[in-house]
Design a protein around this ligand. Sequence first.
Ligand SMILES: Cc1cc2nc3c(=O)[nH]c(=O)nc-3n(C[C@H](O)[C@H](O)[C@H](O)COP(=O)(O)O)c2cc1C
Length: 199
Amino acid sequence: MEFQEVVRRRRMVRNYDPSRPVPAEIRERLLANALRAPSAGFSQGWAFLVLESAEERARYWSATVTESGEPDPWLRDMQNAPLLIVPLSHKQAYLDRYAAADKGWTDKDEARWPVPYWDIDTGFGALLMLLTAVDEDLGACFFGVPPDRMAPFRAAFGVPEEFTPIGTVSVGYRAPDRRSPSLRRGHRPVEDVVHYGSW
Ligand SMILES: Cc1cc2nc3c(=O)[nH]c(=O)nc-3n(C[C@H](O)[C@H](O)[C@H](O)COP(=O)(O)O)c2cc1C
């Protein structure tokens, strides 16, 4: 698919055909492309947890969906996704990388970091997966893991404390879904957000 078409067609897809798994070669391409993301100091302080079997996915949903009441309809449909990839950021890898001789931040002081590059870089990887899904004519969505579900999520999959799930990417063949009401906001026009030359 032509690149501009990929960008134009990308949108968050929140329902999938549960009977069609994502072919293994596409799954591997999603992951390989995520690893092409840029990273500060080429730290590559990320990890990707791939959940595919029905048991793994059920474990994900029971760990991350808040117990009280029914899940939102969008979240219910999302559970049809045959593939979940959880990108996790690893702050310590950045602190360690920048303490190396060529960087010299040996105090590993977090205050040196203008913004959390570990989350940014992992997010770049997630975006590459979203774009790759469009290129493969699949649907995908990035959605958050609630703060109070981080500990149950880590426990469910044996994830070390120092890795933080920045969200989850669901992937699959598209099924009819509800568009987010947020989309009524429309895309903000260039003149609202771009400042040429000065603010
Ligand atoms: C950091 C981030 C968190 C998001 N979290 C959720 C979420 O928890 N649930 C959801 O349905 N969509 C989530 N979204 C998707 C946004 O709602 C969506 O990107 C936005 O409405 C624009 O729609 P589009 O991506 O389809 O163009 C998230 C997107 C981002 C970038």
